[in-house]
Design a protein around this ligand. Sequence first.
Ligand code: P53
Length: 482
Amino acid sequence: MYSAKMPNNFLWGGAVAAHQLEGAWKEGGKGTSVADVMTVGSATKPREITDGVLPGKNYPNHSAIDFYHHYKEDIKLMAEMGFKAFRTSIAWTRIFPNGDETEPNEEGLKFYDDLFDTCHEYGIEPVITLSHFEIPFNLAKNYSGFTNRKVIDFFVRFAEVCFKRYKNKVKYWMTFNEIDNQSAFNDDFLMATNSGILFKDGMTDKDKEAAMYQAGHYELVASALAVKIGHKINPDFQIGCMINYSPVRPLTPSSDDVLLADKWEQRRDWFSDVHVFGEYPNAVEAYIERNGYRPDITDEDRIVLKEGTVDYVGFSYYQSTTVSSKKVMPDDLTDLAKAIAKNPTLKRSDWGWEIDPEGLRIALNQLQDRYHKPLFIVENGLGAYDKVEADGSIHDDYRIDYLRSHISEMEKAVELDGVDLMGYLPWGCIDLVSAGTGQMDKRYGFIYVDKNDAGEGTLDRSRKDSFFWYKNVIESNGKNLG
Ligand code: P53
């Protein structure tokens, strides 16, 4: 609905994911997830995905920030900032340790009962992702992840158990985190995290891309089935999709650059197109056919997709993307990464992520125009090194600058452009393990956690300058940006 000002029920808060902060990877009956077999990397060194948990390696997600034992203290700090909503995920392996069991693990279910109860004690609405980069390792290793149709049933069982158990505790859900990331099909990390695909040596780009289309399709079917079941369990549920949205800028006004930007978007946005419209866009059907891929897509699947469309579009926004036809011509586009050009007008983070606040307003407008659905910013933020002063304070003005400029563009989108926006949940509201690099020192938080990349530290929590700044933002419903 059109609102000329920031709505009073706007969901200010923050976001995290289970595997990046809970730790306690073997407690409460939890099984091993793909995140548990990823080592620590750095800005320049990718994480290694090992064949099971091997001795002598550093797996940062195993202990993370031990939210599993600290959640009461952490939620209290979020309440102090005035959070209205808190996004986290349910670790699939706490509920189904190997993914293929028929009965859930009661101790895992109980943990999330207590967590959600704690949120409600402070009037904080939980926003829950079902699958956030933490598919059971068994499903990856022994079923080839989502390239296997059987995994649809395992996911749907997991979703149904969660919907039933938390029927009166959780209203806002999302099915698959950043489902569109896997369009970067030759990125081993993204394929493992998104779909539980562990590529074998010798696979060609074509093999990988074909696997991605199959896995993506089965995930979309699994999501649609979950949406249908969820709405039956509680018609008040709001179940969304979740994409990593990056508006694409042509490097120059040339037709080749403009068309390349369109092609690039088509090859990512089909995931959310299917989630929202319940049908495949022509551009992707044509691309699949032109390349000779034959994903298993049945007529029944197509009916399911239509019946399980989402209620809202959740998305993360970190940066825009700029593409150049000097790198690749539009009709030759396969590997999306190869089309990306450095945007000469933008600054970058220490990890090379471009900083583009206006890109967020563009994203909100594009998504509103394309989908006509409520939107929800469920991740945004700056990964940065923080310095703790002698007196324990942390002056993270760079983080405040990033968030201020993005919130300001977001407010223009709501107040000037009429975007129907449910809330703003910046990423990593408490410091946690980076998904991409496994580092602790790539920090996003308002709350500092004393732990470094080597895994050393007291785990003590403290308030950064941004903590007090964000409290004022929330208190003033976004008017006081400092
Ligand atoms: P990190 C890649 C591209 C965009 C977002 O990322 C991504 C990724 C995966 O690294 O992930 C999302 O921790 C994701 C979160 C993640 C966050 O962005 O690499 O949903 O789990 O932590 C930030 O700096």
